[in-house]
Design a protein around this ligand. Sequence first.
Ligand code: TRP
Length: 333
Amino acid sequence: MTRPIILTGDRTTGPLHIGHYAGSLRNRLRFQDSHEQFLLLADTQALTDNAHAPGRVRDSVIEVALDYLAVGIDPEKSTICLQSHLPALAELSMLYLNFVTVARLERNPTIKDEIHARGFGRDIPAGFLCYPAAQAADITAFKATVVPVGEDQAPLIEQTNEIARRINAVAGRNILPQARAVIPRSGRLPGVDGKAKMSKSGGNAIALSASPDTISAAVKAMFTDPNHLRVENPGKVEGNVVFNYLDAFDEDRATLDELKARYRRGGLGDSAIKRRLEDILQALIGPIREKRAALARDPAHVIEMIRRGTEKARCRTDATRREIVEGLGLFML
Ligand code: TRP
């Protein structure tokens, strides 16, 4: 039996953080034995809002690849590949732009949020506005049916499916499968400052390569319940970042439920829950940081792995591109 195909990836704008881990890396680890998994180092997508900093986009390719390997992605099981070196993805992106309207692109909630958060207004780079079509190209070129992503990416998968249905309709047969987003139950991890989104650019993230001191300082500064001034006061669990993180990373659910009840009743201090969270994060990140540092000593090995993965992905994506061009009834040479 052939295994279902996964395609997912990350923009290469810097090292990944624990939000990525809770949001999708953890699911990818779970899937690598049961699925045929491709992970895309999305450097061309990173350029859609980083055209002024191509050097950072380039350097981050290795950073993200190191993060993948350090958390336990096994290149023998999962194929890690580089977006800019898969020409079929760019070609399909251009084709797909004819199957989507500007109005639809502007309505995409992910794009809308990001335009707002970055203050682009009308001066949005055209590549940024169109990246849902490019992401549709990424997903469909691999004929992926499963896409593990953070919840902010769900509208992009919807739009991918719309484009795939249009292509199939014009071709008169089902060339492209529909894809399903796999989103973690714990929801999006907020920043350590309580802002809705953890992001490196927002300075409110904990990197997967963070030092013990950085982790400790981040947890100590973490936003809790501003009205919980004394240990004996009742506290709020909702909107309390420490509990958001415990929800994502504490495996002892029974104890966590008890702690929440005690915190709500009063009698449990912020320092106690922070200590618990810090222990959990140090235990999670410590081995990742060490493995990452060891791998970083041999970048040539990492580059070779990306090269091999990209070659494998190229065969796959070229074949789909040809099938689509043929299916649409364009002239074939
Ligand atoms: N948009 C994703 C991010 O911002 C990266 C990405 C590019 C992606 N292509 C993809 C994710 C295809 C899933 C599927 O990190």
